[in-house]
Write a protein that binds this ligand. Structure first.
Ligand SMILES: [Zn+2]
Length: 182
């Protein structure tokens, strides 16, 4: 399964590793090795980490807690206290090291440090009253993303992921609706 990094924040991208949460959830992080690959593929995180079963469980628990808080934010409700505790506790851990060079930023650290970084990044998103946090407009897609477009008019988590699929489906529907023989 391939990963998408379209949400604009690693904590949100992490929640997006469960697809179609409301209908038939598909979890792209089935094993610790999947998590290692996800971290490696995420541009903002270290190239290499090792996940054992305990840190894998922590990552999944952070993911679900953060998803709950993000959804609370989207639905304009109070944050779930248990999820706040999990995200805040994770954010309090040691952090990765960052170095600047001509090649850009390089981050190094083990998985617990990466999880702290992700939790902090997610906290910054949810604490910012000006961010426009949305759920994808395609029915069935439950991905959350930051809309940074001008006028906040972005509708899909990603064009490849959902936008083009919706447009193609609408095109097929229009063709079907066209009277025969014309
Ligand atoms: Zn989508």
């Amino acid at each position: 399964m391939y990963f998408s990094f379209v949400s604009g924040d690693p904590a949100l991208d992490l929640t997006g590793t469960v697809l179609s949460r409301r209908d038939e959830p598909v979890d792209a992080l089935a094993t610790p090795a999947d998590l290692e690959r996800w971290v490696a593929e995420c541009d903002e995180l270290p190239d290499r980490v090792t996940a054992d079963s305990a840190t894998f469980e922590s990552a999944l628990s952070l993911r679900e807690a953060f998803y709950r808080l993000a959804l609370d934010r989207v639905l304009d409700r109070h944050f779930d206290p248990r999820s706040l505790e999990i995200v805040n506790d994770t954010a309090a851990g040691p952090l990765p090291t960052v170095e600047l060079s001509d090649a850009g930023l390089r981050m190094t650290g083990d998985l617990p440090a990466v999880l702290s970084h992700i939790a902090r990044s997610g906290i910054a998103v949810l604490a910012d009253p000006h961010v426009c946090l949305k759920e994808c407009g395609r029915t069935g897609c439950t991905r959350l993303y930051l809309d940074r477009s001008r006028g906040a008019r972005r509708t899909w988590c990603g064009m490849d992921e959902c936008g083009n699929r919706v447009k193609a489906a609408a095109y097929r529907a229009r063709r079907r609706a066209r009277p025969q023989g014309q």
